[in-house]
Design a protein around this ligand. Structure first.
Ligand code: PLP
Length: 380
């Protein structure tokens, strides 16, 4: 059966052009980038070129980009590294209730280790309140970490305004941009972003590669100890193939940004309007305007999203639920609870995330299969 993939927020297939570019680094180009002979130096050079590509994509300097193993590691490095290096100023950081576990669990760890965290609420569309943010600032606030766009409901936060608030209060601003990168144009200087996390596998690069931007002048400590790689800030022999893949993928996605963006918006809006036309008792989760181009998160009242996913899987469809399946019971996600969704809607949340290879015929197939699956579930 043909697989129809609508889960690009979970991960993306590696692009053909990226695969072609990285293959030599598994084979003939095996030198250690720290070695001084030509075979090693060639790998050092390609790492530097990839760093430049990543920096250019967000209008940063290449000296501000550190390669990591994934988005989660980037979040850990930004939060732990910045809080630990700025202890003399204070131990308070502000984040939101709807962050990815890579941020929330890092905050829990920080709390256990003597730091103080404020978790901002969000409204029914998943947006923070700028006045609540301002009111949460204390003399000892070191860091504001607010995600660029949410991975479940796609809501994009008012990043420019947050950056301005942070700047005018002398507070460092980090954003988890793992979902936003490639889907939104990001200029870290214009947006006053001091630190930003990204991950390769959401933008058609391989899994196991990420990067964190940390503005020159921001104090942060390494959290992984060892050799001198990444300007002494992240030890470990570099994942050269992954780094080359991330550089190529970010370059390709932003070179083609307008076309890619318009395509995703088209598919998303068609899908949402068809679901609204064909189903009763549904709720579109997340902001209708400030939302990721490829994200559609819709709740079907009274439907168990886990069961719906299994039915869709039998038609070859890959999508995602807005609930976490823990020991057999579907718990509504912290994001859906934070936007105040009632339980009978929260349990039926289906996240569909479109990508560059989807087309309208795929979306029509998806809608037909949702219809069949829901009718089936109602009859059971
Ligand atoms: N942050 C957000 C918003 C994400 O969506 C994800 C992954 O889904 C991560 C962080 C973690 O990224 P990685 O899978 O590269 O560790």
């Amino acid at each position: 059966m043909k697989i129809r993939y609508f889960d690009h927020a979970a991960t993306t297939p590696v692009r053909e052009e990226v695969i072609k570019e990285i293959i030599p680094y598994f084979g003939v180009e095996y030198g250690n980038p720290s070695s001084i002979y030509t075979l090693g130096r060639r790998n050092r050079k390609i790492i530097d070129e990839s760093r430049e590509k990543v920096a250019k994509a967000i209008n940063a300097k290449s000296s501000e980009i550190y390669f990591t193993s994934c988005g989660s590691e980037s979040d850990n490095l930004a939060l732990k590294g910045i809080m630990s290096a700025n202890k003399e100023k204070g131990k308070h950081l502000i984040t939101t209730k709807i962050e990815h576990p890579a941020i929330l669990n890092t905050c829990k760890w920080l709390e256990k280790n003597g730091y103080d965290v404020t978790y901002l609420n969000v409204d029914n569309n998943g947006k923070i309140s700028l006045s609540e943010l301002k009111n949460s600032i204390r003399l000892d606030t070191v860091l504001i970490s607010i995600m660029f766009a949410n991975n479940e409901i796609g809501t994009i936060q008012p990043i420019k305004e947050i950056g301005q608030i942070a700047k005018s209060n002398g507070i460092i601003f980090h954003t988890d941009a793992v979902q936003a990168i490639g889907n939104v144009k990001i200029d870290v200087q214009d947006l006053n972003i001091d630190a930003l996390s990204m991950s390769g596998h959401k933008i058609y690069a391989p899994k196991g590669i990420g990067a964190v931007y940390i503005k020159n002048g921001i104090k942060f400590e390494r959290i992984q100890h060892g050799g001198h790689q990444e300007n002494n800030k992240r030890a470990g022999t570099e994942n050269v193939a992954g780094i080359v893949g991330l550089g190529k993928a970010i370059e390709l996605i932003y070179n083609d940004f307008e076309k890619y963006n318009a395509k995703l918006i088209n598919l998303r809006d068609y899908y949402i309007s068809e679901i609204e036309k064909n189903f009763e008792n549904i709720h579109v989760n997340g902001d209708r305007i400030d939302r990721l181009p490829g994200n559609a998160n819709i709740s079907f009242k009274g439907i168990d999203a886990g069961e719906l996913l299994l039915k869709l899987d039998s038609y070859g469809i890959c999508a995602s639920a807005g609930s976490a399946c823990t020991s057999g019971s579907l718990e509504p996600s912290h994001v859906l609870l934070a936007i105040g969704l009632k339980e009978d809607y929260a349990q039926g949340a289906l996240r569909v995330s479109f990508g560059k290879d989807n087309n309208k015929e795929d979306v029509q197939y998806l809608i037909d299969c949702i219809k069949k699956s829901i009718n089936n579930l109602k009859d059971e």
